[in-house]
Design a protein around this ligand. Structure first.
Ligand code: ADP
Ligand code: MG
Length: 727
């Protein structure tokens, strides 16, 4: 038995190709999903489940509600209602009747499903043209031979690709689980007993192949706790390591450059900004390592506060790094902040993924020689050729976009650098403490121009003219306008539904908690670009014919994007039609009107980020959220945007609306070791894990006791980027 346990434990770190059914081609497809090892495979968690115990029949399925129907494919057809639109239509029958299923932009379903197959579909039921219908439901072929893999009446739906269907992933995962069955459980028994947690083997099996939804939830509970415990252990150990040994820099905070930076600002700081600046400078002056987070809604002016910290680093004869999540944002910091820094005698430079090789070499050399004080950039800063001589400060802007491992990598470039995190994500204090180790915090609650009103209005599509009137009035005053087009494919789907003559099916498409396969898998990106491109064309020749309209989208090259932003910034272009590439950080104070098309396709947090792009100057701003949706839930969400301008309030509202549909939570967090955790929802577990990690390290700081060694290894694997996993 002991031998088996060891074998299973070792198997976790073996290549996925050793698992039955994983051919070289499938291994390549799995790699696309981030799966390289057996461990990756068994932690490739389902993104949803189809609960067959809640199955309705065609007759009992209620119109307007979500349900699962199991039946046999009577007929499957590929249709092309329009030149660039393909849809698959399936007639599904059970003993009570017929359900028509329409799947947009998943033509490959034709290869995967054939008449006579047994399938389960899960989605919202509508009624049109005499039939009950589902548009873009989850579709799963449930083969006869699948037997043992499906333990009960719950079918897991794993993230899949076009090359590797969810059904195949399911089979492969089942085989992977066999390899590691009985593997050693790294979680100490005491903790497992205290919280009544399943063993790891059992939890892995149950989260992939639960017999009931309750069992899946229990499995998730165990695995989430484990992820969080390792995270806490990692943060605490990292913090201790960073504090030990090297002496942190005691920064000079009232030096020449700090003074000059203050003098270079074109405005006076608000009281809150001053307080935040003082908090930060005080922590930098102290002989301990700073770990500070500056929280403030979009547009509250965090950047200039960070500027003071950069100037202080330079005054102290040290260097600093400023990491931003996107090229646009990094460039903007390099221009805006960079020129203020320059005026203060601080030498800064920009490094991004698109910096030409020769220039890059020049910059990294100058930085390594100490001829540059502040290096501003994107992920490029993490690369090994960025070698500061004496790094005393690392700032991470929009830190929620980065993983724990990336943060660690940045900080590792210095001996004991101070760290400053800027974030617009409203996290409660206790969570911030748990998630970022021992942290000091400053909040900026008000935007500098609180006197400047920003009004948000929700308009039904047929009244979008009012939005354009508002925009034209602003243009006439010499101000500028953003027009934002919907997120990847979702909006297009609604239009497609209409184009296909299924008005009314529209609202059933694209439930955000129930994403259709197409959204993830198809090349919807192009449709997104098309939507923005078309909108720009139309506006250019009609509404805004007398102005210069520019287009910005993620598919454009860096240089083209930069040029467009530059023309908009200088006012050469007055209207910017964009996809969500402008979501983060773009700063053009003269832009006062934003029109968001198909606003119901965006999340509240995203809409709030977006509208943060206007109202940044001294002039009143207007935001128009245009939507063709008639769904009550969508309209209630949008109405919240009208009622409050406060990001924290919106976040709370957003949470209260989320249905419990996805028990797996979201997985947007950058940290590779967190696959299941939902930072907002798992607050209580985060706090428990925080306490437990502290207690463990109190008795065994290096996790060297026999009972803890396996756990120490897991921590490194999950977060420190060691071993084959991660990256
Ligand atoms: P965020 O907190 O979202 O990063 P920014 O730092 O980009 O916000 O600042 C938003 C805008 O407000 C910028 O145009 C900035 O120059 C301006 N700003 C910042 N502080 C002040 C201030 N005290 N008075 C006037 N404008 C300010
Ligand atoms: Mg910012």
């Amino acid at each position: 038995m002991a031998i088996d346990r060891e074998k299973a434990t070792l198997a976790l770190d073996g290549p996925v190709s050793r698992v039955r059914l994983v051919s070289p081609a499938r291994a390549r497809a799995l790699e696309k999903l981030g799966v390289r090892t057996v461990r990756d495979l068994v932690t490739h968690f389902p993104r949803s489940y189809i609960d067959l115990s809640q199955v309705e029949t065609c007759a009992t399925a209620r119109i307007g509600e979500m349900c699962t129907i199991r039946g046999t494919v009577h007929e499957i057809k590929l249709k092309k209602p329009r030149y660039n639109l393909k849809l698959v239509e399936i007639a599904l029958v059970d003993e009570t009747g017929i359900l028509m299923v329409t799947a947009f932009r998943q033509p490959w379903l034709m290869d995967q499903i054939k008449a006579g197959d047994g399938v389960a579909v899960s989605g919202k039921v509508t009624f049109d043209y005499g039939y009950k219908r589902m548009t873009n439901p989850f579709i799963e072929v449930i083969g006869e031979g699948e037997g043992p893999a499906l333990a009960g009446s719950v079918v897991p739906v794993h993230p899949a690709t076009e090359k590797l269907t969810a059904a195949w992933v399911r089979r492969i995962v089942a085989n992977g689980l066999e390899e590691v069955e009985g593997a050693f459980d790294p979680l100490p028994l005491g903790l497992r007993l205290r919280y009544r947690l399943m063993s790891r083997s059992a939890a892995l099996r149950a989260i992939h192949f639960p017999t009931t939804m309750a069992e899946a939830a229990e499995a998730r509970r165990r695995l989430v706790y484990e992820e969080l415990l390792y995270l806490e252990l990692f943060l605490m150990q990292e913090g201790a390591e960073r504090a030990a040994g090297a002496a942190p820099c005691e920064h000079v905070t009232d030096g020449e450059r700090v003074g000059a930076f203050a003098g270079a600002l074109p405005f006076a700081l608000t009281g809150e900004q001053e307080r935040a600046r003082d908090d930060i400078l005080e922590a930098m002056a102290a002989p301990a390592v700073m770990n500070h987070m500056l929280l403030g809604d979009v547009g509250t002016g965090k950047t200039v506060v960070a500027g003071f910290a950069l100037a202080a680093a330079a005054d102290s004869g040290c260097q600093a790094l400023l990491l931003a999540p996107t090229e646009v944002l990094a460039r903007q910091h390099a221009e805006g902040l960079g020129s203020l820094l320059e005026a203060a005698g601080v030498r800064s430079a920009l490094l991004t993924g698109s910096t030409a090789a020769a220039e890059r070499a020049q910059i990294t050399e100058a930085f390594a020689a100490g001829d540059i004080d502040v290096l501003i950039g994107t992920h490029a800063l993490l690369s090994d050729d960025v070698r500061p001589v004496r790094l005393s400060l690392a700032i991470i802007d929009e830190q929620q976009r980065f993983g724990v491992d990336q943060r660690a990598k940045l900080l590792a470039k210095g001996e004991a650098p101070d760290a400053l995190y800027l974030t617009a994500t409203p996290i409660p204090r206790t969570l911030a403490l748990a998630l970022y180790g021992n942290l000091t915090l400053s909040y900026i609650k008000h935007r500098p121009h609180d006197a400047v009103p920003r009004i948000t209005r929700v308009l039904p599509k047929e009244r979008q003219g009012e939005a354009f009137d508002g925009a034209r009035a602003a243009l006439a005053r010499g101000e500028q306008v953003y027009v934002v087009c919907p997120l990847v494919g979702k909006g297009a789907e609604e239009r497609d539904a209409k184009a296909a003559g299924r008005a009314g099916a529209a609202d059933a498409a694209g439930e955000e908690y129930h994403p259709a396969v197409a959204i993830e898998d198809a090349d919807d990106f192009d449709d997104d670009v098309t939507a923005a491109t078309k909108e720009a064309e139309i506006l250019r020749s009609t509404t805004f014919a007398d102005y210069t309209v520019e287009l910005l989208h993620g598919g454009m090259g860096t240089e083209a994007k930069r040029a467009v932003m530059e023309r908009f910034r200088t006012g050469e272009a007055q209207v910017l039609v964009a996809t969500t590439v402008i979501e983060v950080g773009v700063d053009v104070p003269n832009a006062t009107v934003m029109i968001v098309q198909d606003a119901d396709r965006f999340g509240l947090a995203q809409l709030h980020q977006l509208r943060g792009r206007v109202g940044r100057g001294t002039k009143a701003a207007e935001v128009y959220l245009v939507s063709a949706s008639h769904r009550e839930e969508s309209l209630a969400r949008l109405a919240a945007m009208e009622t409050t301008d406060d990001g924290f309030e919106l976040a709370a509202f957003d949470l209260s609306l989320r249905r419990e549909g996805d028990i797996l939570g979201n997985r947007q967090h950058g940290a590779s070791g967190l696959k299941l955790v939902n930072i907002m929802r798992d607050g209580a577990v985060i706090e428990a894990a925080h306490g437990d990690a502290q207690a463990l390290l109190d008795v065994d700081p290096l996790l060297q006791e026999p009972d803890h060694r396996a756990m120490a290894r897991e921590v490194r694997l999950a977060f420190a980027g060691e071993g084959i996993v991660g990256g």
